[in-house]
Write a protein that binds this ligand. Structure first.
Ligand code: BV8
Length: 259
């Protein structure tokens, strides 16, 4: 990343109070969580419509649960990477930083981020298909597939938003409000194709925020972003963090050491 881009970004950040960050599977890739559309992505081995849809669950709940149980097993041992940790540490630098994630792996909370909007749910939560009650289920592998509600015996489903399902309206409203009132909006590790999440950075830009994209490659968002930083989130976010803290200290701010 060239120094001018880094300097102009850290200048904007030094004056910002409210930051919003939309993250996708790419921020968890360096923790070992497979992405969806990458060369070794989840969708390469499976077709989305056969698994991550309500119709698939209706047709074959065992198959869908086998896939999620396998993913839960993959995610259980992974830990947050430097990208997650920088975003958590920025809670001490900015008045307000919100992480809006499409990921279901829970790694932002594990890294210490508190204001996290999980747009697509969480792979460690299950929901009763009859009563709608949501509970946490950390057992992996699952003792029985498909799992059933201990209260009523109905099927449990992953508390995850599938294709063709509406997102939680209050979460989506909160995500747009955060995007439209921030001074800087990051889009980190997302292919920016899944709606309505992909519309958030555009909404932020229309509301006057600086839009900064961090990705290995350009996406449909890149042409409208103010700054595109090409590379790994786990490298670029720590680089921004170091330069930002240097600038803040030079400006006389008492800044804690980075993560
Ligand atoms: C809805 C849960 C309406 C499942 C997921 C408008 C236009 C077109 C289509 C639609 C539209 N509105 C709705 C749709 C349909 C659909 C959609 O958007 N389809 C797409 C594919 C075209 N949207 C929906 O169905 C949504 N529902 O709108 O409902 C409605 C309204 C009322 C009533 C009824 C219905 C629901 C969308 C949610 C679907 N669920 N996940 C699960 O996880 O099992 S989406 C799934 O994709 C994941 O959540 C994932 O997070 C998300 C987005 O993918 P990314 O996170 O971006 O991951 P991806 O692999 O694609 O990309 C990774 C990126 O990281 C790459 O760019 C790569 O270069 C980069 N990268 C890799 N490594 C790194 C890196 N970057 C930096 N550093 C690295 N190290």
């Amino acid at each position: 990343m060239n120094d001018d881009k880094l300097d102009s970004l850290t200048e904007v950040l030094a004056g910002a109070r409210r930051i919003a960050v939309l993250t996708g599977a790419g921020i968890s890739a360096e923790s070992g969580v497979p992405t969806f559309r990458g060369k070794d992505g989840l969708w390469r081995q499976y077709r989305a419509e056969t698994l991550a849809t309500p119709e698939a669950f209706e047709r074959d709940p065992t198959l869908v649960w086998q896939w999620y149980d396998w993913r839960r097993g993959l995610i259980a041992p992974v830990v947050p990477n430097p990208g997650h940790r920088v975003l958590a540490a920025w809670q001490d630098l900015f008045e307000d930083i919100a992480v809006i994630t499409q990921n279901v792996d829970g790694l932002h909370e594990k890294a210490g981020s508190r204001n996290v909007v999980e747009l697509h749910g969480n792979i460690w939560k299950v929901r009763c298909t009859r009563e709608g009650t949501v509970s946490e289920s950390l057992l992996t592998p699952l003792p029985e597939i498909p799992p059933r509600c201990p209260d009523c015996g109905a099927l449990l489903r992953p508390h995850i938003v599938w294709f063709g399902e509406a997102l939680d309206a209050s979460l989506l409203e909160r995500a747009f409000a955060l995007s439209e009132t921030c001074q800087v909006m990051f889009a980190v590790g997302t292919s920016a194709v899944v709606q309505p999440a992909a519309s958030l950075p555009c909404a932020a830009g229309r509301a006057g925020a600086k839009v900064v994209e961090i990705n290995l490659e350009p996406t449909p968002l890149t042409r409208s972003a103010d700054i595109f930083l090409r590379g790994k989130a786990g490298d670029i976010l720590p680089l921004i963090d170091r330069r930002l803290r240097e600038n803040m200290r030079a400006g006389g701010r008492d800044v804690p050491p980075g993560p």
